[in-house]
Design a protein around this ligand. Sequence first.
Ligand SMILES: [Zn+2]
Length: 199
Amino acid sequence: MDLVPTPESPHSDHSGGANASPHASSSSGHTGATSSSPSPSPSPSPSPSPSRYESQKRRDWNTFGQYLKNHRPPLTLSRCSGAHVLEFLRYLDQFGKTKVHTQMCPFFGHPNPPAPCSCPLRQAWGSLDALIGRLRAAYEENGGRPESNPFGARAVRLYLREVRELQAKARGISYEKKKRKKPIQEQQQHQPPPPPSAS
Ligand SMILES: [Zn+2]
């Protein structure tokens, strides 16, 4: 059905039109382009609320447990090493929301690129760092020995440092600027259990 007259046609004037509205159908370049690109906030402002930290820690611990469960070949917590933790962190990258530009990308080093690019999304260093901190605590709370804590392994520390440097360069963000306050809770909880009172 191409019977509808095109707006440009000069014959679109109906005879006897009392309602002759000035139907100027010249499409001025008004496209409703409200460029509302979903700008993801990279860090949801770490609030040091202890209950939130605790519940997040429990969630992370469950996530890691699930990861171990699905691991092929099967992996138990007691046999988990720093290398497995690194594997876990790399696995998490597929759920990341932080654009990390490659050196070939024109936006390499731009904190706020003006256009999209095809660089991969990763877990932000800050997220990984906080996650490892929570898992490290959870491991010991769940009976793991500090000296065998895979989350405190040297390889994990080195990996996190590497990620930090890489992302700082790629995103043009200096992580040194925003110093994260250590939750006071964590330091105060580090008290040895009271000795058995021999009375
Ligand atoms: Zn890029």
